[in-house]
Design a protein around this ligand. Structure first.
Ligand code: HEC
Length: 160
């Protein structure tokens, strides 16, 4: 099964042949400045370039959150979400854009997107594993990890 993990790794060199001619395909780990995000058009090109079948997300947290979940207004959660949203990661991890990564975590999973990520995926996200290409390319890994610690504690408490 090890091929599965490689699939998220960058394709090099990016294939010119099957990409839309007018769209420059950003690299797997590229990000824009805070507050910006890649256009859906660019994202769809990223997804098409990878050429894998779209998937679906599902709940992987211990319980379904409510629409007024406190995380949704927590500045640290919002910061972390912004860090993901400004990177090319968003492209393959947003249902509706057709990406194959949505089954691992999905930015449009509601009400709290991170509930679509397993504990393991969150470990990968925080750079605690050897799947380096799937670490969130944030400038502030400590801040991300502090948020992750809180999320794991929250999940543990839910599991009882
Ligand atoms: C070209 C599409 C694509 C892009 C871009 C992409 N991913 Fe993924 N990602 C996937 C796919 C597909 C999977 C599911 C695993 C697999 O089949 O390879 C995945 C899985 C993951 C996982 C779960 C791994 C696990 O073992 O549970 C993490 C975490 C992840 N990606 C992080 C990222 C981060 C961070 C970025 C941006 C730096 C990113 N991905 C960009 C396609 C992508």
């Amino acid at each position: 099964m090890s091929w599965i993990w490689l699939a998220c790794a960058p394709v090099d060199p990016p294939s010119e042949a099957d990409s839309t001619p007018h769209v420059d395909i950003p690299g797997h780990n590229e990000c824009l400045p805070p507050g910006e995000r890649y256009d859906d058009e660019v994202c769809v090109a990223v997804v098409e370039d990878q050429g894998r079948v779209a998937t679906e997300s599902r709940l992987k947290a211990p319980a379904q959150a409510s629409a007024d979940d406190p995380r949704l207004t927590d500045p640290e959660f919002l910061w972390m979400t912004g860090e993901v949203d400004r990177c090319v990661c968003r492209c393959c991890h947003t249902a509706g854009l057709g990406g194959a990564g949505v089954h691992a975590w999905d930015l449009s999973f509601e009400p709290v997107w991170v509930d679509s990520a397993s504990d393991w995926s969150l470990r990968v996200f925080g750079g605690y594993t050897e799947e380096y290409e799937q670490t969130l390319p944030t400038d502030d890994l400590d801040r991300l990890r502090a948020w992750l610690d809180g999320e794991w504690a929250r999940r543990d408490a839910l599991e009882g």
